[in-house]
Design a protein around this ligand. Sequence first.
Ligand code: BES
Ligand code: ZN
Length: 628
Amino acid sequence: MSRRLSIALVSFILVSCSEKDSYDPAHDYFSFANTEQFVTRHIALDLDVDFDEKKLRGSVVLAINALDTAAREIILDTRDLKIASVAFVVADGSSEPATFSMGEYHESKGTPLVIAIPANIDTHSELLVRIDYETSPSASALQWLPAELTAGGKYPMMFSQAQSIHARSFIPLQDTPSIRITYEAKISTPPELLAVMSANNDPLTPRNGEYEFDMPQPIPSYLIAIAVGNLYFAPLGKDTGVYTEPEMLDASVYEFANTQDMLDVAEKQFGPYRWGRYDLLVLPPSFPYGGMENPRLSFLTPSLLAGDRSLVSVVAHELAHSWSGNLVTNATWRDGWLNEGVTSYLESRLMEILYNKDRVDEERVLSYEELLEDFATVPLERQGLAPRFESGSADDVQGTIHYHKGQMFLQYLEKKFGRDRFDAFLFAYFNDFAFQTITTEAFVDYLDKNLLTPNPGIVSRADVEVWMYQPGLPEGAPIPSSKTLNRAAELALAWAIGEATLDDVPVQDWSPQALIHFINSLPGDLSREKLAALDDGLGLSNTGNAEIARTWFIQVAKRRYEPAYPELEAYLHRYGRMRLIASIYGELAANGHDVALANSIFASARGAYHPITNVYIERVLKKAEAGE
Ligand code: BES
Ligand code: ZN
């Protein structure tokens, strides 16, 4: 190596090391809140739900403790909120107005609300800060659905999605998972509608437009959630039930019939369920995720209603978050694998107990393939489980790396230490960190102390750090395989070259996962006739299974199989769940011919999508057009 080059290399390494040093893994780069000085312990909401103006309007009282009693400024997170007034509630219940200012708007973080503490307020005791405010009709967390976008078509609906940093668009607060709060809420709605929250929903509450909630367990802000609509309840088991519009109630009860069993198994496996009831809320198709683990009340996409219970692993996943995520929470979004990776692993353990290992292996193979695809595009410095993460969109860090590589890391530990030891470790972990937030580094310390060191010579701390900070998959990563899926891939090739007919493909005996793998394994150069035969033979364009349809329409877009474009377009109008639609838009825009089509479908469908989805699809389309 030339001298000049080696000097350049050394100084490059030095610069990147010193940059690394200035990065604080415990700091939340996605919040303006000065949590080293003040922490909120409780919030009380009093909100009116105004469907005409698409606004929440009312007040929040934040109970805040000063960690630094000399500090005289509280900074909260907001996004598109209209703040009417800020006051400190004092001992006799009267209030002391406070001056406040809105800081500079930041694209991903929103706008800081800076509150000056009046001179006569003593910060040694708890501060009660009352803020009167209203939300914007375009609040990023909220979707206001007109009646025609609901199942019943007669009543409007509104629901929130706060993860990762959208709570600030409907409540001014310290919007960071590094602190936890309890909350209470008074919600007024039109009298014919029901409000539910991530709190103590009472299935028997009278329907009168005045609802009160209490969440006595401390949670991070991203788990505050609300939905208002023509919602009804049906029980699933003794502590479980489902809320949805009456039009979807029977189908939901059928699809999610084993929720109580899931809960019982999960408690046995991971420790007590500490949240009271566990209910589900099935939302309209515009819900942007498969599921969201709002405590006591998981929010779900109706695309899970396949009619055959084949997609319930999403419920297992959201339920599992009651331990990993909701009970033990990632300190910042960069530690998201502690939420999503651990949960994906717990999900697979639940599915293995409730169904069988084959089903789990099939899901794992599909996940692994998604992970490999991601490794091909995600920059190397983002491929560790806990990458440096300080800018961009907080929603984006939760890619397949957190989910699938995270799950593989836990499987790796399970294999190395044996199930019994690993299960005991996890059980203790949930107990020891219950209702706390935790950084990756704190997890590694705990793992070292409680599993690695007591069982020497099996896995070293350095081995673990490779998983945390290095790209790709470390040596010894457990690569999943499934006989059924291998066979499906073989059949796909055999059929493509004419060595098998569709009659040889045992779709009736297959899980949706096997069919998905079959479709994904087809070679790139299939003729139109072959694609037509496939679509006709297997009914792909008209399948009621949203995951199979997604897989098929990705291929349709990639291969420009135009005869299926009308169904593809209908599918993009039917669902707003990001996972289902994003790659189809992406493939259309990237296939060299259909950018205009992708944009025009999006233009006509976006009115029905959630604000979070629209921001995401815009980005997907831009990227695909730019050839990235
Ligand atoms: N917490 C996530 C949803 C989420 C992730 C919201 C990132 C905002 C930012 C939820 O638990 C989840 O992972 N949902 C998955 C389902 C799961 C089975 C992988 C989904 O929506 O597809
Ligand atoms: Zn999750």
